[in-house]
Write a protein that binds this ligand. Structure first.
Ligand SMILES: *[C@@H]1O[C@H](CO)[C@@H](O)[C@H](O)[C@H]1NC(C)=O
Ligand SMILES: *[C@@H]1O[C@H](CO)[C@@H](O)[C@H](O)[C@H]1NC(C)=O
Ligand SMILES: *[C@@H]1O[C@H](CO)[C@@H](O)[C@H](O)[C@H]1NC(C)=O
Length: 206
């Protein structure tokens, strides 16, 4: 999912290739969880002042600010304090954060609001984007759905390959035995005169 990021950092330029990838929505208790928030800019929009705000929606529907990037990264006072890390990219297309040591009660809705002010000569437009991540924290890692799918695909492929191999073998066997048969016939045919000379017998058909 983050191939483009690695591409960016190793090659050094990349803003043209930004793909908006939705965040994972399941985390395992005690693990780190990256809340993925990607906010793509067009290449020509690169000079922009970007403000990122992260919120957590409480049970009573309030959006509590938990993290912000406004000139600098800052963890805000909340029950998450001390467990949040900036996990975004320098070009501010990826503005993700990570929650360390995640708890069951960290399940819920996270909101990532990005505000960009562009510095054009004549005007300074402001563009905002907002993303919600509905996170579920589970006690243990269940079997990943995609891994189950790929396992099933692997078995189907295996059965298919075996069948194909069998069919191919039968087909080849037939071809070979046919070829043998006909070469046998040829051999018989060629053998006739010499055999006839010696025994004068009529060749026996198989
Ligand atoms: C995100 O955080 C994890 C854990 O701290 C770290 O291993 C990883 O390198 C970080 N990735 C980025 C893009 O900062
Ligand atoms: C969430 O769970 C942790 C550990 O189980 C506990 O320390 C913390 O107080 C809980 N927070 C809330 C808001 O319930
Ligand atoms: C986040 O952005 C959305 C869309 O612009 C806006 O409706 C919402 O009020 C913002 N949330 C907060 C807490 O500022």
């Amino acid at each position: 999912a983050h191939a483009w990021q690695r591409g960016c950092w190793t090659v050094g330029f990349c803003s043209a290739v930004c793909v908006d990838v939705p965040s994972e929505t399941e985390a395992v208790q005690g693990a780190h969880m990256k809340l993925l928030c990607i906010s793509c800019m067009k290449r020509e929009e690169v000079i922009a002042n970007t403000v990122v705000e992260w919120f957590y929606r409480t049970n009573d529907g309030k959006d509590v600010p938990i993290y912000e990037y406004r000139n600098e990264k800052r963890e805000l006072e909340s029950r998450f304090q001390g467990r949040l890390r900036w996990n975004g990219s320098k070009d501010m297309q990826d503005v993700s954060i990570s929650v360390l040591n995640i708890n069951l009660n960290d399940s819920g809705v996270y909101i990532c609001n990005v505000t960009r002010q562009f510095e054009f000569e004549t005007h300074r437009p402001i563009i905002t984007s907002s993303k919600q991540i509905h996170l579920t924290v589970v006690e243990e890692a269940g079997e990943d759905f995609t891994s189950v799918i790929s396992e099933i695909m692997m078995y189907i492929l295996l059965v298919f390959l075996t069948l194909w191999l069998l069919i191919e073998m039968v087909y080849c066997y037939r071809k070979v035995s046919k070829a043998e048969e006909s070469s046998q016939e040829n051999a018989d045919y060629l053998a006739i005169p010499s055999e006839n000379k010696e025994t004068c017998a009529v060749p026996v058909d198989e």
